[in-house]
Design a protein. Structure first.
Length: 479
């Protein structure tokens, strides 16, 4: 029994083609949660793919109805070896975005996992391959590898939570986890979603930025009026709203609404981001060095700071403009925010800012929040992950206190009260959510091996790992 044996077993699943076949079966499941006609496929993925795979590893599973009527179900599975051992909760989602049939290069079918070699190397194409089917499949396979190497034991207790609605905003997840706190009780969440920082660097992230979208609407009157007869006499809502937005975010992307700015970046976060380089990978856009908050590195801007973005803006008819002053203008803005931002007051801060700057009559929609979370980088579970992944791969992992994007991590950190350690197996240019979604085969093999090593070490160090409720650094979230 050894870590090397567990890693070898996991890598053999890739080398033999067994992992490819498993992933191909899962990609073939048309689990589009954005398509109301796929309800049966969503449920079948849990009963036909996940439950049997976990049963083969000694888990007992139960599929639960969603507390939100019409929303897809959840699966909870558990494998308990000893109450004295720590418990790891794993998470994944089996739903995908729409397949975009007919839009994939070289006539590829999104529901067929297709290997191909090209200018950028080997790839496996298929909808959901990167997000999230390969990622939770790696974690299931790594559990099997540890069991095989340790003679049928993990050395820790394990639970799974799999949802089928993440791509539609995880409806019901918070309420479900609130009701199932006892069934989901654990000492840590270890999960995989999102991309690595770079394809060539393993990554650990400890939370996610929060996100909220809100609409600004200015209606000046009921109809348009001729710009020759009334131009210069009537307030143009397009002009007013453009200036209102300019008062909120400057021409360099700096946030000018004080209440939407975060507190200073903590020293531990700055230290963790000191060796993080953003961009530079295949397919990555070039970073605009003069954009965003002055005085911050690119890594600090995306992982340690807030970003206010204009997602859409409209007045009149841009496709067929007419000589009339438009009656209405609207814009959709998005705030990505880190821990410490006054998230519960975002709408209030925006409304007060507009009034203070003389912009009257602009309505601000009620923001819907996904909260920000961030685990202390000095947490013992984090140290275990960083040390193990570096020893397994020979590469120092990137440590991100939080992902730049957003995940429902607040459910795990706040409702379940867990430290959260995310180890992604995708990369930034994987085309998730778009035609030509793919994974890199070499990341699949490395992911299998390093995850087996990590889970082996969880069992090997079980006696010294912190248990839920123990004193020490923990998770934080926004106000």
């Amino acid at each position: 029994m050894s870590e090397a044996a567990a890693v070898a077993h996991a890598e053999a699943l890739y080398d033999s083609g067994a992992f490819f076949r498993t992933l191909a079966d899962r990609v073939a499941c048309r689990t589009e949660s954005q398509n109301a006609d796929r309800a049966a496929e969503l449920a079948a993925y849990l009963s036909g793919q996940i439950a049997p795979a976990l049963a083969a590893l000694g888990f007992t599973s139960q599929i639960h109805a969603n507390p939100v009527p019409g929303a897809p179900p959840f699966l909870i599975a558990e494998r308990l070896e000893d109450p004295a051992l720590p418990t790891v909760l794993f998470y994944g989602h089996g739903d995908v975005v729409r397949g975009h049939e007919g839009q994939w290069a070289d006539g590829r079918d999104p529901w067929t996992l297709t290997p191909a070699d090209g200018a950028h190397g080997a790839r496996w194409y298929g909808r959901g391959a990167a997000d999230n089917k390969a990622q939770h499949s790696i974690n299931i396979a790594a559990l099997g590898a540890v069991l095989a190497a340790r003679g049928g034991r993990l050395g820790f207790n394990a639970k799974w939570l799999v949802e089928m609605g993440e791509e539609t905003g995880s409806p019901g997840l918070a309420d479900f986890c609130t009701a199932q706190r006892a069934a989901l009780a654990a000492d840590v969440l270890i999960a995989s979603d999102g991309p690595r920082l770079r394809a060539d660097r393993p990554t650990v992230f400890l939370g996610s930025r929060g996100v909220t979208n809100f609409e600004l609407l200015l209606k000046a009157r009921d109809g348009g009026h001729h710009s020759g007869n009334w131009g210069g006499l009537l307030r143009n809502p397009g002009t007013v709203l453009a200036n209102a937005i300019a008062s909120m975010v400057d021409a360099r992307g700096g946030i000018r609404v004080q209440g939407l700015r975060p507190p200073p970046i903590p020293a531990a976060v700055r230290a963790a981001l000191a060796d993080i380089q953003v961009g530079g990978g295949p397919g990555d856009p070039e970073v605009d060095t003069g954009w965003g908050e002055p005085g911050l590195t690119p890594a600090e801007r995306v992982f340690g700071w807030n970003a206010l973005e204009v997602l859409a803006y409209g007045c009149g008819n841009p496709a067929q403009p007419v000589n009339a002053i438009p009656p209405v203008a609207r814009a959709t803005l998005q705030l990505r925010f880190v821990v410490g931002t006054e998230a519960h007051r975002i709408g209030e801060h925006v409304q007060q800012h507009l009034q203070d700057h003389g912009f009257h009559g602009i309505t601000v929609s009620q923001p819907e929040l996904m909260h920000a979370t961030r685990l202390d980088p000095d947490n013992a579970w984090v140290r275990l992950a960083m040390q193990t992944l570096q020893a397994s791969t020979g590469v120092k992992p990137a440590l991100l206190p939080n992902l730049g994007g957003s995940l429902p991590n607040d459910v795990f950190a706040d409702i379940l009260g867990l430290p959260t350690v995310w180890v992604p197996h995708s990369y930034p240019a994987c085309s998730q959510h778009a035609p030509n979604e793919h994974v890199l085969p070499e990341l699949m093999r490395q992911g299998l091996g390093m995850t087996a090593a990590l889970l082996w070490q969880v069992g090997a160090q079980a006696g010294s790992l912190p248990r839920r409720g123990a004193a020490g650094p923990g998770s934080c979230r926004d106000s």
